[in-house]
Design a protein around this ligand. Sequence first.
Ligand SMILES: [Zn+2]
Length: 580
Amino acid sequence: MTGYSQDVLEDLRQGNDIIEVISQYVQLRQKGGNFMGLCPFHNEKSPSFSVSPQKQLFHCFGCGAGGNVFSFIMKIENFGFVDAMKFLADRINYTMPELSASPSTSTAEKNQMHDIYKQAARFYYDTLQEPVGRQAATYLDGRRIATAVRRKFGLGYSPGRSVLKDFLTDKGHDEKILERAGLVMEGKNGWYDRFRDRLMFPIFDVTGKVTGFGGRIIGDGQPKYLNSPESPIFDKSRTLYGLNYARLAKTNKLILVEGYMDVIALYQQGITNTVAALGTALTANHARILKRYCKEVIILFDEDEAGVRATLRAIPHLYSAGLAVRVATLPDAKDPDEYLSRFGPQSLLAQLDRSLDFVDFQVQTALQKYDLAVTTQRIAFLKEAAEIIGKLDSSIEREAYLRDLSTKYQIDQGAVKEEIDKQQGGEDRFDFVVNVRRPRAAAPSKAHNDAIHHILYSMAANAVLYDKITAHLAPNELAEPLYIKLYNAIAAARQRGREVMPADIITALEDPADQEKAAAAFSNITEYDSTDQQYAALAQQIWLVKMAGYDMEIAAGPDDKRLNELFFAKNQLKNSRILL
Ligand SMILES: [Zn+2]
């Protein structure tokens, strides 16, 4: 699922003991074979968060959160799977094998570039504190950026000519790699720094590593902002400024602003869920990345024509990524920073609450171009509105917006509908899909689930039990696709002659909800006084699972032939006992 082999995943999992990793976030106490603590994913006063060193799994009996060390890092750091892998690799100094993406740049060179950027960021930061950085510091004073915030964002100053180049070559990096990293350039008179006499904003990736810089000119000059060029470690279309902090904000809304200073100004006022695209238009990649960290994006761009254009360009990407999109405007200020200094953070938050749904924003923007009292203009507006609404994915959305529009602007629903159909080549986009409902199969009962959990746990834990269980129970009798998957994964591991490690089986599940359920399955252990007792319980559980499986299939409404088979099998089972 990531392009990395099972071996790499197992290396990382084995190298990062779950007790050690989780202990960095949660205070754990040993209790029997497990460790318990207060769950970091829900509020609680007595510990229901359990971590198993044997199985390398965690499971919360309170909120159901669970999984292996990857799931834990993904959940607590708000990372995607690959970032969680990288995080765990860093933690144990493990070099991830190179994927084919950029064969020209070795991992070693990328690592060197990360070092270079780290040293450069440190250098710029230190220089800002020196007399030579006075003008840049004065600029920050003027913007009222507090010392702690300057440190948090690593703001710095690049003095220029070739001071950085000299500093880095003294550290043993040659000019060629500094050039490939985008920090120096070669001219007629030799090497010189790309950033000269600029206020420097280090650009962090989501894990907090510096991968590039933005530089703002001090005083007049062009360009006002200069960014690092793309490099083996810097991809602008995938980097969002501020995301390393915003992802930690406990909210599923992110605010998208235009520039570095907006992110910093909002952060300083406690509005930490803010990100910016880097002096480029927002891309589909950016939108997909945002989707990992939130459900809703509020666009808060500058109040000028360029800001409106950028907003209109960003909307389709965010919408296509499946995000809820709203647009906030700030009256009487040209940008968020100015608004904050004039009206304060509470007022800005109120404006965010008042933000417009993206369709409303598009329609209102269109409306400003037309005088609805003039028939031809009214028609042009109607066409534009039809275009906006026609781009929505579902007929339910289109119907809802259409109703809304017609009340707000007194326009004729029928006319817009007709226009949409015309624009879309006559196909009627307003036909609701008729949902043919199948009779719903009964959901598994708690006893049924508990039984499956214990069966799976026993199959994973013990080779003898595995043989006995599989002799009586086929995978498809577990009814739920997830449980069938787990059964098959355990079987595959057993057939390879391996120890079955629940933590590795969970890695193969892509859906976090599945991982939680699987962790719950493997964590649900009942202690038995004797092996006999355990065998008897298992036999009963297998019987229950088979019986419930038949009932569920019968409820799903199979054809007559299958129905007959099921009734027959059910009768047979009713009159028999399973012996292990
Ligand atoms: Zn919990």
